[in-house]
Each structure stands twice: as structure tokens, then as C-alpha cells.
Design a protein around this ligand. Structure first.
Ligand SMILES: Cc1cc2nc3c(=O)[nH]c(=O)nc-3n(C[C@H](O)[C@H](O)[C@H](O)COP(=O)(O)OP(=O)(O)OC[C@H]3O[C@@H](n4cnc5c(N)ncnc54)[C@H](O)[C@@H]3O)c2cc1C
Length: 468
């Protein structure tokens, strides 16, 4: 067993871990050592950062070799096994024992499969390279697929896949409900009836995990969660040449039972409305479960979703252990317009916050929570559009007591303002609206906008000029 020692130990080569390690490099005394444990020789880093406002930042996620990280970060390709918090040390799968002063856990999350899957090999989740390889293998020989779930992963999948009949099973009234409301869903839905015709160029970097990675016993590679462009680097087409264009959406239903068949399609799904779907396999994209795949001599306080409960400093309940990204549960009292959602944006912000907190603790300094936690903020691409989500963009937590102002130009833009008592609580901006910073300001300063009434989104009024 090798004995290693460091000041800061970060576990996980995803966005949260890399953001934490890279922020530490900037903040800490160069004499203090930083170690990053990563399961794969490729790590994920945020690049090409473009600020779109005070808190809103658009960035690409790039996969890079762990060796290309700042040379003050010592990278160890390994897997965390056990934490001895009393003695401030961890042990790893490869037999290392690493002592730390501060530890930050950024082990991400794994896909949650629908309950009915019960170990069924024809029900798969998509999370990392390993699961994409599995998906690709299956889709090549398949003619009919069922996708379950209504978040970002399911939305991108049904939009991008070709050469296969797709049945999309959602429990909501409209598609992509994690991100948008029913109006925006209708705006998007048109894209599904013309699948493949008008995909626009994606600006984010694409990445590939083809060349490196720690092999698991099955010979596959492990690594960080995939990002939104995973489907660009792998061929995800089925074997059909003439496939109906439209995705068949099954609204407001759930899968009640999955029956295995020996004749025809391998699976028959019974839906809660009595309908049946026969298909080759099912992709379950119904959320994630925090990855607590290590042991510890003390019990961590957990959030209701099983994540490691952290306070605003990203400190867990165990002394000198922090956590960031998908693995954690944001346990502090949130600002009125912020809530947790397991996304790259928050993984990056939390990783940096954990680094600041650890560095401050070591230096005996006082810090404050980063401004980005004042308001939920996220930029992504859905169905080929830039999508900006701000504050309580879907009326989250407003108990249906809000008004909505809408402006939509089909095929071009969709703007939704969520208002309470004339004050902006959240916004969805789809397309190139140029309203990012104005919307941020209006949410943060809670200006009374009632004098403008419905004119606020009048296309003839340039609201940016009013409020910037
Ligand atoms: C298909 C897909 C599409 C997505 N699309 C979007 C999107 O459009 N926009 C968006 O913002 N977010 C998206 N997400 C979510 C986003 O990927 C996650 O929120 C983000 O990756 C979380 O970062 P993380 O660093 O916390 O975790 P991860 O990226 O999962 O990284 C965790 C790391 O920890 C490592 N690890 C785990 N256990 C151990 C251990 N015991 N020892 C050592 N290392 C360990 C893993 O190998 C991995 O490298 C998507 C996710 C998926 C799966």
C-alpha cells in the first residue's frame, strides 16, 4: 500500500471535481498540495466561458486528459473506497492510502431506473460512456424504442435519434417538463414532427472518450456523466430506413408492467391507461441518484434524495469533508429565487464554492456565499435552440399564484416571464432573445413592473433600454 499525503483531496473527475481543484490552484498557498482522484484518465472541464449576465454564464464542457490540468494538481487515476474521517485519510481500490487535511467529494450521480425494470437487461439508463456503448450496441439492431422520462436527457434523445420508431412515455401533460412549461413544449414539439430536417449547428464543444479511460472488469470505461452533446460523437441510429418521422408521445401515463416476450419484440410495456407498447428495449431517463459508492467510519447526514447534506459552505456533516455537484443535497436555506437542480452549471458553481470554503477555513478567513446562489441560472440547448432558465422559471414553489407574460415567434423565440404582484420571479428565454441580463436584473432587484402591465414584452418596446 502506498502512503500519500496532501492538503486538499478532491474525488471525482467530473465538472464539480475539476472546478474545485482548479479553483484551489488559484486560491491556495502553492506550498499546499492538491490531489484529484479520477476514475478515468479523461476529466471534464468547463471552457469557453461567456458571461451572459451577472450570474448567468454559458460554457462548453470539454473532455480533456487529466494530465493537461494545471501542474499543481496531482492527478491519481483510482477509485475511492473508504474514508477514515477520524484519521483524515482515505483508502482506494488500487491500494493507496491518502491522508488529507480537507476532502471534497464530487462523485456525481448514477441513473435511476424505473422501478418496473427490476434488473431487466432490456431497460437501460444513460449516464456515462459505458451506458452509451450499451445503448449504441442495442439501437443498431433495433426498430422500436421506448423512452421513459421527461427531463433533458429524454428530450435530447428523442430529438436526436433516427432510423428507429420512438415511443416517448411521459407522466406529464406536456414534453420536457423539467425545463419548460406547456407553451414552450408546444413550441418545441414541432421539431419532433420534422425530426432530422432542421437540426441546427451546436456550438458547444463535442468530446469523445474513445481514447482513454480506466477499464472496468467488463472492459468498458468509467467516467463522468455525459453532457448534452454525447449523441454527437456516437451514431445513434436504428436499423430502419423508412421510419415514421413523428415521435409517438404517450402523455400522462406511466409504465405499469414490463413483460418479457419470446416471440416478436422482446418487451411488452403495459401503460397505466391500458395501452400496450411492444419494443426492443427501454431507455429509462427518469433522473439520477447521488453516487455514494464509498464507505466512511461516520454516517453522513443525508438529504431526502439521498445526497450528502451540505451547508452553504458545501461542508458535509462530517468534519473537514466537503461535497459538490450531483452527489450533494443543498441543505442550506435557499435564496428566494434559487433551487437545486443537478446540472453542469451547479456542479461547476458548487465545486468552486467548496474550494473557496476549504481555502478560507485553512487560512482562517471569513467568506460569504457566492453570488451565483442568489438565483437559479442555467443555459443549455434543447431541440437546437439556446434555452436560458432564470429564477423560478416554471413557477416552482409559487403555488400556482403567479401570472405569466409570454411572447412567442414560432421557430424563432419564446419568452416567458413569471410574475408575482408585478415583480419578475423567473424567466424562460428560448432562442437568441438578448434579454438575459435585463431579466436577471429584474429578478434580483424585484422592481415593481406593474406600471408596464402587458407592454413589458411588447416587441415594439425595447425593455433592455428601460431597465439595464
Ligand atoms: C446524458 C446526460 C445529459 C445531460 N445533459 C445536461 C445538460 O444539457 N445540461 C446540464 O447542465 N447538465 C446535463 N446533465 C447533467 C450533468 O451531466 C451533471 O449534472 C454533471 O455532470 C454533474 O457533475 P459532477 O461533477 O457532480 O458529476 P459527474 O460528472 O458524474 O462526475 C463524477 C465523477 O466522479 C467519479 N467517481 C464516482 N465515484 C467515484 C469514486 N468512488 N472514486 C473516484 N471517482 C469517482 C466518476 O467517475 C466521475 O468522474 C446531463 C447528464 C447526462 C447523463
Amino acid at each position: 500500500m502506498s502512503e500519500i499525503s496532501c492538503t486538499y483531496l478532491v474525488v471525482g473527475g467530473g465538472i464539480a471535481g475539476v472546478s474545485c481543484a482548479e479553483t484551489l490552484v488559484v486560491l491556495v498557498d502553492p506550498k499546499d498540495s492538491i490531489i484529484l482522484i479520477t476514475e478515468s484518465s479523461l476529466v471534464k472541464a468547463a471552457t469557453n466561458l461567456v458571461p451572459l449576465g451577472k450570474v448567468l454564464t454559458k460554457f462548453d464542457v470539454q473532455e480533456k486528459s487529466a494530465e493537461s490540468l494545471n501542474r499543481n494538481i496531482q492527478v491519481i487515476e483510482d477509485q475511492l473506497l473508504n474514508i477514515e474521517s477520524e484519521s483524515h485519510a482515505v483508502t482506494t481500490v488500487n491500494g493507496n492510502r491518502i491522508s488529507y487535511r480537507y476532502l471534497c467529494l464530487c462523485t456525481g450521480a448514477r441513473p435511476k431506473l424505473i422501478d418496473q425494470a427490476k434488473g431487466n437487461p432490456n431497460v437501460i439508463g444513460i449516464r456515462d460512456t459505458e451506458s452509451v456503448q450499451e445503448f449504441q450496441k442495442r439501437v443498431k439492431n433495433a426498430t422500436r424504442l421506448a423512452v421513459v422520462g421527461n427531463g433533458g436527457i429524454a428530450s435530447e434523445l428523442v430529438y436526436e435519434i433516427s432510423g428507429i420508431e420512438v415511443h416517448w412515455v411521459i407522466k406529464d401533460e406536456y414534453i420536457s417538463s423539467t425545463f419548460v412549461d406547456s407553451g414552450a413544449a408546444r413550441f418545441f414539439q414541432e421539431r419532433l414532427t420534422t425530426r432530422g430536417e432542421q437540426k441546427s449547428i451546436v456550438k458547444r464543444m463535442r468530446y469523445s472518450e474513445e481514447t482513454a479511460g480506466t477499464s472496468t472488469s467488463s472492459g468498458a470505461k468509467r467516467g463522468a456523466a455525459l453532457g448534452p452533446d454525447w449523441h454527437r460523437t456516437v451514431d445513434i441510429s436504428g436499423k430502419l430506413e423508412n421510419v415514421p418521422d413523428a415521435v409517438k408521445i404517450h402523455h400522462k401515463v406511466e409504465i405499469e408492467e414490463i413483460v418479457e416476450q419470446t416471440d416478436g419484440f422482446p418487451l411488452k410495456l403495459r401503460l397505466s391507461n391500458g395501452e400496450q407498447i411492444e419494443c426492443d428495449f427501454v431507455v429509462s431517463a427518469t433522473g439520477v441518484v447521488p453516487s455514494r459508492n464509498f464507505m466512511c467510519d461516520q454516517e453522513f447526514q443525508l438529504g431526502p434524495d439521498g445526497g450528502l447534506f451540505v451547508n452553504w459552505e458545501m461542508a458535509t456533516s462530517v468534519q473537514d469533508i466537503y461535497a459538490a455537484g450531483d452527489v450533494c443535497y443543498a441543505g442550506w436555506e435557499h435564496a428566494p429565487h434559487w433551487f437545486q437542480m443537478r446540472l453542469w452549471t451547479q456542479a461547476r458553481q458548487m465545486g468552486a464554492m467548496a474550494a473557496r470554503s476549504m481555502a478560507a477555513k485553512r487560512a482562517g478567513e471569513t467568506i460569504y456565499q457566492d453570488f451565483c446562489f442568489e438565483m437559479f441560472n442555467h443555459v443549455t440547448q434543447l431541440f437546437g435552440y439556446q434555452v436560458v432558465l432564470l429564477g423560478r422559471y416554471n413557477g416552482q414553489g409559487l403555488n400556482d399564484k403567479y401570472e405569466v407574460l409570454l411572447r412567442m415567434t414560432p421557430g424563432l423565440e419564446y419568452i416567458k416571464f413569471v410574475m408575482v404582484d408585478g415583480r419578475l420571479q423567473g424567466a424562460i428565454l428560448i432562442g437568441e432573445t438578448g434579454l438575459e441580463e435585463t431579466s436577471e436584473n429584474l429578478i434580483l432587484n424585484q422592481l415593481d413592473l406593474s406600471p408596464y402591465g402587458e407592454d413589458l414584452l411588447d416587441p415594439n418596446i425595447d425593455i433592455e433600454d428601460y431597465f439595464d
